[in-house]
Design a protein around this ligand. Structure first.
Ligand SMILES: NC(=O)c1ccc[n+]([C@@H]2O[C@H](COP(=O)([O-])OP(=O)(O)OC[C@H]3O[C@@H](n4cnc5c(N)ncnc54)[C@H](OP(=O)(O)O)[C@@H]3O)[C@@H](O)[C@H]2O)c1
Length: 185
């Protein structure tokens, strides 16, 4: 059984590789800015399932780079979904709580109305909508505040800063669900 994973160097994909049994591809193999290249990779490998753990995840940078964020987070997943549908294999796509508005005090439910507040959230919601429009056998997994020993994340940043600073200023009005990349796998 071959499970093809996009996003080889990322937090979630690294944990998937650690768990074993997957074929991971990175930017050098399939650049998500070129959606057709991603679809071609799927057609070439003919996997039994595909997991897209790659994304344009630079939330702040996406504000001035919305076209590229849209290509990577929406057009590429759509092309992957299309290729999976053609092959008749399941497609798992990772998404984010950034598709929601951030209002309210209750945990979000899958069927809640979306309302992204920034370019990253818009691009991820566009990816979800494009996958749904393609159809086929797919699952969209929304997660939040991903951390792992690998890569860049809030937990590692706090640990690093704690080595050199006596106090830290951190926003106090954000609520989320810290999720270990390993738990996602
Ligand atoms: N991190 C979070 O807190 C968080 C929260 C909610 C949802 N999510 C979602 O969860 C998923 C996995 O997140 P993560 O934290 O594992 O991500 P990550 O560590 O930021 O890794 C992102 C991966 O995407 C790849 N990538 C970016 N642009 C690419 C391109 N043009 N072509 C090919 N690959 C490209 C990166 O490759 P390079 O190393 O080459 O750049 C990297 O392998 C994503 O869908 C993300 O939106 C993450």
């Amino acid at each position: 059984m071959t499970v093809l994973v996009f996003g080889k160097s990322g937090q979630v994909a690294t944990e998937l590789q650690r768990a074993g049994g997957v074929l991971a591809v990175g930017r050098e193999d399939a650049d998500l800015a070129k959606p057709e290249v991603c679809a071609e990779a799927i057609r070439r490998v003919k996997p039994h399932a595909v997991i897209n753990a790659a994304a344009y995840t630079a939330v702040d940078r996406a504000e001035s780079d919305e076209d590229l964020a849209g290509l990577v987070n929406a057009a590429a997943p759509a092309a992957m979904a299309e290729a999976c549908k053609t092959l008749g294999v399941p497609f798992v796509h990772l998404s984010t709580d950034y598709v929601f508005s951030g209002d309210g005090t209750q945990p979000w439910q899958p069927e809640d109305l979306t309302g992204p507040q920034n370019a990253y959230g818009r691009s991820k919601r566009a990816g979800e909508e494009a996958i749904r429009a393609v159809g086929g056998c797919y699952a969209i997994l929304r997660t939040s505040w991903v951390f792992s020993a690998h890569g860049a994340n809030f937990v590692k940043t706090m640990l690093r800063l704690s080595q050199t600073r006596d106090s830290l200023s951190v926003v106090a009005d954000q609520v989320g669900g810290p999720t270990s990349a390993r738990a996602i796998t």
